[in-house]
Design a binder for this molecule. Structure first.
Ligand code: J9Q
Length: 221
């Protein structure tokens, strides 16, 4: 799979793309990431990519021309713009993106981009949550990590891809490993009982308890 990134901060991506399973996926050729510096399409000696908004107001707006020039050669890819006004990112969206040959991620900036970019050069506008960032770069990294773990051969144990949070519509139960006691804090007795039926019943109850407490929106209760 190829992922193209359009950004004014290509350096932002260096370390995150070099390490962990994303770095391994790139080394093995499973994932090909291409960074495009939007400033190469900027206007004038300052390579300007933003300008004051028509109608007035605070902040700057990303200009249509640099983004049009950057996106025109990528017209045959699936083009995603990260913006706080987009559709919320979810696992279904990542699953869909992981089936694509060529995905393009456009990192906007908070004040916004000229609407003509979204109208003519973007397939999908996506938000990663209801909070304010400085730009779409972190959102693009979220997408890359979420997609990469779905690519064939990236995650060793294929069942872990299927059984994680959100796959069953519930949060995960708490996990423990050795030692059985640390600073007087023990591990739930049931997990050391060897009774697999009891253990599975406990885990299911904990998944429900946790989901009810933290994410009632995931339950139809
Ligand atoms: C580009 N706040 O916020 C939440 N999801 C995406 C964003 C975002 C932002 C600013 C710029 C994306």
């Amino acid at each position: 799979m190829r992922i193209n990134i359009i950004t004014i901060f290509p350096d932002f991506f260096t370390s995150p793309l070099d390490v962990s399973l994303v770095g391994k996926a790139r080394d093995s050729g499973t994932l090909d990431v291409r960074l495009f510096d939007l400033r190469e399409h900027g206007r004038g000696v300052h390579r300007q990519v933003d300008d004051a908004p028509f109608g007035g107001g605070a902040g700057m707006v990303m200009m249509v021309q640099p983004l049009a020039e950057a996106l025109e050669p990528l017209a045959d890819t699936h083009r995603v713009l990260f913006t706080p006004g987009g559709t919320p990112l979810d696992q279904e969206t990542l699953d869909r993106w992981a089936t694509l040959e060529d995905l393009t991620l456009v990192c906007g900036r908070y004040e916004g981009i000229d609407e003509r970019v979204a109208e003519h050069f973007i397939d999908e506008e996506i938000s990663i949550g209801d909070y304010v960032l400085l730009g779409g770069e972190v959102a693009a990294l979220v997408a890359i990590e979420g997609v990469t773990r779905l690519l064939t051969g990236v995650v060793g144990n294929p069942t872990s891809v299927e059984t994680e949070s959100f796959r069953e519509g519930l949060l995960e139960e708490p996990h423990y490993t050795r030692p059985a006691e640390f600073r007087g804090w023990g591990v739930p007795e049931v997990l050391r009982s060897g009774d697999h039926a009891r253990i599975e019943a406990w885990r299911e109850e904990e998944r429900l308890r946790r989901t009810r407490e933290r994410r009632p929106d995931l339950l139809d209760e």
